[in-house]
Design a protein around this ligand. Structure first.
Ligand code: NDP
Ligand code: 8X3
Length: 248
């Protein structure tokens, strides 16, 4: 039986790479994101297997319209990959932009719970699965991570809460918590500073979008009696720093 995945944030990075993984394996994929022109090549690459749904995840009416307009063969969703998200800014909290914080909360938290709430009845009915993309930033604090880390901590804890509530339904819930991966993430975080992004990843041998897409696909492909609760993955070159102490 052909299964159907809805992958948010499919115009770039992890989400785009995941569309390739799932479609190559014969899944039907609903690929979403705001930049419709980035979705069409995915539709063209996998005729009949990929459906493009361009909308802003923060716009619940647009989300609802896109779901209502799904062709019949894409209407039964077996897997929700909540991947769309972003960081905005690296300033310490006392200097951070409140607009940036609100954008992160609206996208990473409010939109994620809205789409999850909307799809839960059919995921329960189909014994489906949810894969939420969190971050190491939700587990380990770092200077400038403030609201971004907070949104990702929410994603990880919300996922565990879903596991508890979905007990006995057969629905699987996994959080993937990646560390540093080179995508458009840092260009977006810096409001378009490609040089800053290049500098961050230079010589660091970061993970790639394909690395994370393969993890997403692996989790989704496990036997139905197995649930990975959380999966934390970093490049070998990234690890931890110690506590900091301010002195008089
Ligand atoms: P990218 O910037 O490459 O991709 C982000 C995706 O999210 C894009 O497809 C973008 O689509 C989509 N998106 C953002 N805002 C919205 C919105 N309002 N409505 C619809 N779609 C939106 O970054 P990554 O692939 O790296 O990021 C994917 C996820 O992984 C994010 O949740 C991020 O926080 C997380 N993550 C990333 C890490 C990294 O180091 N790269 C590490 C850990 C977690 P569009 O702009 O077209 O709408
Ligand atoms: C992205 C990973 O370390 O840049 O979520 O915050 S990090």
């Amino acid at each position: 039986m052909t299964r159907t995945a809805l992958i948010t944030g499919a115009t770039s990075g992890f989400g785009a790479a995941a569309v390739h993984c799932f479609a190559k394996a014969g899944w039907r994929v609903i690929a979403t994101g705001r930049r419709a022109e980035r979705l069409q090549p995915l539709v063209d690459a996998y005729p009949g297997l990929v459906h493009a749904a361009a909308f802003d995840v923060r716009d619940s009416a647009a989300m609802e319209a896109a779901l209502a307009a799904l062709p019949a063969e894409f209407a039964g969703i077996d897997l929700l990959v909540n991947n769309a998200g972003l960081a905005q800014g690296t300033a310490p909290a006392q200097n951070a932009s409140l607009d940036d914080w609100r954008t992160m909360i609206d996208t990473n938290v409010t939109a994620l719970v809205t789409l999850t709430h909307r799809l839960l009845p059919q995921l329960v009915q189909r014994k489906g699965a949810i894969i939420n993309i969190s971050s190491v930033a939700g587990v380990y604090p770092y200077p400038g991570g403030n609201a971004y880390g907070g949104t990702k901590a929410f994603v990880s804890q919300f996922s565990l809460g879903l596991r508890a509530d979905l007990h006995g339904t057969g629905v699987r819930v996994t959080t993937i918590e990646p560390g540093m991966a080179e995508t458009e993430f840092t260009v977006v975080r810096t409001h378009g500073d490609q040089a800053a992004s290049d500098k961050l990843y230079s010589g660091a041998n970061p993970m790639t979008a394909e690395d994370i897409a393969e993890q997403i696909f692996w989790v989704a492909s496990l036997p139905a009696h197995l649930n990975i609760n959380r999966l934390e993955v970093m490049p070998v070159t990234q690890s931890f720093a110690g506590f900091q102490v301010a002195r008089d």
